[in-house]
Structures are given as C-alpha cells and as structure tokens.
Write a protein that binds this ligand. Structure first.
Ligand code: MN
Length: 494
C-alpha cells in the first residue's frame, strides 16, 4: 500500500457512581425504562444541575493514571444539538477547559512498546436511549441513562493500525478497571469507541486534509475490523484520484462494512458556550496530591512487580495483568502457597518457590482461564477458592497426583467447589508414589519385555518411552512418572 493510516480514538467511559452527573437520580442498570429519572435529568424547566463530586474525583483519577496534566481550573460548557434522547436540547460537556490535558499511554503491540499521546479527557453527561418497536410507527425514549457521567478520552492521531487501536483500547479498559471507576464492559456500552481514520501517502508528515469518523463499534473485534475496512475503502477512493468525504460513518457488524451517516460536524456547529448554571472547578494542589496518593496499583506497575519481585516471566506477567480478577486471584493463591511453605517448613529455597510460581501461572493461564472463558465467569466468581486452588498445586508439586489426573480433579472442583484432596480420594486418582510397589512393577515390565530392554541397550534413552508406558499401564495411569523413570534407569543400569 502507498498510504499510511492516521488514526485517533475517542473513548467514552461510563463512570461508576451512586448518582448521575448533575442530579440525585441513581446511576445504575434499571429493571424498566424511565425508572431512574427526575426533573433535572429529564430537562424540566426551572431545574438546576449540581456537580457530582465523586464523578469529578474519578475523572481526575483516570487523568492522573493516563499521565495527563490535570488543570488547576476546569469548567463545563453546553454543547447544543437536538435529538429526542437529549431532553434539554444540549449536552453539558467541557469545551476549552477539560479536566485533563496532554498525557500519554504506553501499550504493547506484538511485544513492542508503543506510546500513544492523549489529547485530553473531559467529563460530560450521557444521553438517553431511543427504542424503535418493531412494526410500530412511533419510537419510545428511555431516560435512565440520560445524565449519567461519562469521561471522554481523546487520543492524539498516533495510532497506526487496527492492532495499535485494539491494544490502546484494552489498556484503557484495564486501567479504568484497576482504578475501579468503571466496569468498562464494551458489550454493555460502559466503554464506547469512535475512531477517526484517514490516510496519507507513506513518508508524508502532517495530517491528511480530510477525516472520517466511524461509530457504532461494540467490541474490540469490531473496532479492529471497522478500521481495516475503512483503510481499504479510503485507499480505493484515493487510488481513483479523489479525496474521501469528511463524514461520520456507521459500522455494520453483520455486513462487515461502514456506511455514510452524516456530514462531519465541526465544533462551531455545536455553538458551545459556558454552562451558566455551574461554577468553575478549582483543584487545589493538596487535593490533587491526595488523589494521586490514593491511586491503586496500575497494570504496568503490577507487571513490573510480578516480574521483579516474584520472578515471573515477563510474557506471563503481561498476559496475567490484562485480567485484574485473575491477577488478584493468583496473588491470593501465591500467598496461600507462601504461608504453607513457611508453616510446613517446606524447603523455602528459590527453586521451590519458582517451581510453585510456575505451576500456579501455568494452571491460571491454562485450564482455569479456559474454563472461565467457557463459562463467561470472572476468576473471583467461581466455586474454586484460592485455598483449594493452592491445595491442588501442592498435591501436584508433591507428586500425589499426576498433571493429567489433576485436570480431571480441577474440572470437578470448578463444577462443585469440592476440596481437591477429597476428590482425589473419591475419584480414585491419587498418584502411586509407593517405592516398593513401583519397583515391583518395573521389574515385572523388564522381565516381560525382553525386546524393549534390548532396544534400550542398542538405541539408548529414546527407546525408554515404551517401557515407561508399559509400567504406567500396569499402574492404571496413576504411577509417578518420575519415579518410574528413575527406577527403570537404575534397574537397567542405563
Ligand atoms: Mn462525547
């Protein structure tokens, strides 16, 4: 391709607060339409908005986590446009004095660190929702969402493709989840993303002279697909010698394409002016310092800690921190194991610790993650307690169960929440580590398989597998493979 994409993302994050942005109506899922509404969020004449302190604090937390300059003064403005889901005829937003100015975010794309600039992050209120009943010649409006707090995060046009976009969006999702300011579920609309996409000739600098905004993407996959589709479409227009129209386009997920919706608005179209009913916000240095100190550990910090302090492999740590619940869970499992190693005086050398860490990570990212995905559950929502998870790892570590049988035990634990030691017993899967029993079996196998023994003598260790297999068969798959191996070697003098 002779072009390179220039992409900026606008991400709307729904903040998790008790009440709405400017009134006391609840900010929560509602059982029926128009349940959480009042005079203010339905735009009745004569009502006045009041700023939600908690929403402001959460917006500032995100700004700080995105390395933004948080302004000393910030104000609200009216953004005027008409739509039936916007009861006042304007949205209270922020124009020239947003909560957060310039910042940046580091994201990993294919193992490479990429820096994406943040232009700004401002607070605003959400609109309601229109519903169009099938076959009806009217529409209905639900104001439950009207007036709920949104943080709009605008990136610099630093994003160079769909992979960058996805990584950036996932990092934002992860950060707001770590901060506890939003559930950031894209499917539920807690996190919404618009993409500004345009192309320039490869090697050129400066912004293209047109801009296309894409809306309606409800998943990470849709964002990536929409961007890829749009790059190809615009390249086609440019190849014909014309210039793509600056417009807003909607993504049709089922058709896998974008369609023109309307001409792109410019900011002057909205006739922004300062909201006269709200005071200017002033953030004192002391307050900002206090918010900064209260920030929890963020994904990047956690990753560094897992690698540097626990000795986790960087790749595992990176995968793990993407899932806050699973990371929290695994840290609980690790502290269970630590406590056990101390009280039971299990050799607390670096090797043992490393062995259990590796086991824990492998199981968390392996079978546990697979089951979580299958059942669409978070790690903290399952029947498997971190204590039982740690217990199973101990049984594996002490060779009381084979890795293979442990998988069956774990599946059952996931289903019933039962204790792994009991399950091992009741499922008859306890691993045989009885030295004399294994020795008996090994001798029997050697006696019964002269050809196998001969092979080991001529071909060496690679012929070993057959005899191990025979012994395992004798022990109904429950033999400790390491012990079988060692005893075979000893008996054959190999
Ligand atoms: Mn917005």
């Amino acid at each position: 391709m002779n072009y390179e994409p220039v992409i900026g993302l606008e991400v709307h994050v729904q903040l998790k607060t008790q009440s709405k942005m400017f009134c006391r109506s609840r900010n929560a899922e509602a059982a029926e339409p128009n349940l959480h509404i009042c005079e203010v969020c339905t735009g009745q004449p004569g009502t006045l908005p009041v700023i939600n302190r908690e929403a402001v604090r959460k917006a500032v937390m995100v700004g700080l986590a995105l390395n933004c300059e948080v302004a000393e003064y910030s104000k609200f403005d009216r953004k005027n446009y008409f739509y039936p889901d916007l009861p006042k005829g304007y949205q209270i937003s922020q124009f020239d004095m947003p909560i957060s100015g310039k910042g940046h975010l580091e994201v990993m794309v294919n193992g490479q660190a990429r820096r994406v600039g943040i232009t700004r992050a401002h607070l605003e209120e959400d609109a309601g929702k229109l519903m169009h009943p099938a076959g009806a010649n009217f529409s209905l409006v639900d104001y439950n969402r009207a007036g709920t707090p949104l943080l709009e995060i605008v990136s610099d046009p630093d994003i160079k493709g769909s992979e960058d976009a996805k990584a950036y969006l996932q990092e934002i999702q992860n950060i707001v989840r770590y901060l506890g300011v939003s559930d950031a579920d894209m499917e539920k609309g807690h996190l919404r993303c618009d993409a500004n996409v345009s192309l320039r000739k490869t090697g050129e600098t400066g912004l293209p002279n047109y801009k296309v905004e894409i809306k309606n993407m409800n998943s990470f996959k849709a964002v990536a697909a929409a961007i890829e589709h749009e790059i190809v479409r615009q390249a086609g227009v440019l190849d014909e010698g014309s210039r793509p129209v600056s417009e807003t386009r909607g993504w049709l997920d089922d058709k896998g394409m974008t369609v023109s919706q309307r001409m792109k608005e410019e900011s002057q179209d909205y006739r922004y002016f300062p909201e006269p009913d709200l005071p200017v916000l002033h953030f004192s240095r002391e307050w900002l310092e206090e918010v900064k100190r209260s920030l929890p550990e963020l994904p990047a910090q956690r990753k560094a800690r897992l690698v540097e302090q626990l000795g986790m492999a960087p790749k595992d740590a990176a995968t793990l921190v993407e899932n806050k619940q699973l990371s929290d869970y695994l840290e609980d499992v690790m502290s269970e194991l630590d406590a056990w190693m101390i009280t039971e005086k299990v050799q607390e050398d670096a090797g043992t610790k490393a062995k259990y860490l590796k086991l824990a990570v492998t199981w968390a990212l392996g079978q546990f993650s697979a089951l979580l995905n299958e059942h669409k559950l978070g790690a903290l929502e399952t029947k498997v307690t971190p204590e039982n998870f740690a217990e199973l790892l101990k049984l594996i570590g002490m060779s009381k169960v084979s890795q293979l049988s442990a998988k069956d035990v774990f599946a059952k634990m996931f289903e019933t929440g039962e204790d792994p030691s009991n399950l091992l017993e009741s499922m008859g899967l306890a691993q045989v580590s009885d030295e004399s029993l294994i020795l008996d079996v090994v001798r029997k196998v050697i006696a019964a398989n002269p050809k196998g023994v001969e092979d080991v003598k001529t071909k060496g260790e690679r012929a070993f597998g057959f005899l191990v297999g025979q012994a395992m068969k004798e022990l109904k798959g429950k033999g400790n493979p390491q012990m079988i191996n060692e005893m075979l070697k000893k008996e054959l003098g190999a």
